[in-house]
Design a protein around this ligand. Sequence first.
Ligand code: ADP
Length: 211
Amino acid sequence: MDRLGLTAPPRPRVRTIGLTGGIGSGKSTVAQQLVACGTHLVDTDAIARALTLPGGRAMPALTSAFGPEAITADGALNREHMRQLAFADPAVKARLETILHPLIGEEARRQAAQATGLTVTFDVPLLTESGHWRARVDRVLVVDCSEATQIARVALRPGWDAAGARRVVAQQATRAARRAIADAVIFNDGMTLATLADEVRSLWQHWTAVR
Ligand code: ADP
């Protein structure tokens, strides 16, 4: 109670959530379920895409770092070309990240500052790999499932097959590495979407209970 007899507005225990998971784990599904619970979602993958579209804020620096061959005819980053270069050469990957990560972080902070709800969820596919986000969120939520389930889900996507899915899974952080940085793990395997939503809701209630 303050001098005017007013109580301070309730503050949830957890104000920022870092959400991550391997490809096909169900991370995007959980992100939407958290939105249904009332979180404000900041999607760092969407931010990265916007930064590298024609006229995107990262394009001048990327063009001078990697030359015209890294740029498509319409002025976007040639993502496939850069993916291959970065995969083959760690120095290219580091340079790319040095340009993109600060811009992603800046835009993510800007979007979070606009949030009207009490809780912000940052959807960060590479949260485990980056080392940057762990210290910047109150809690890390990892969506996990077996690699066989990841591959089966991704292979259903248009333009994907099991071999391509397996390659991406092999390049990402291991399940063990993800689990090691988690405050909570949702094991999204062999459960219906409705059960998954129940699990998300109960974790949400637990984490956002007011002090
Ligand atoms: P990610 O963002 O981790 O790559 P998605 O959330 O896009 O994964 O999920 C991959 C696919 O698997 C989507 O089609 C999604 O609807 C489906 N999926 C995820 N979890 C479940 C589940 N528990 N039951 C049925 N389908 C699921």
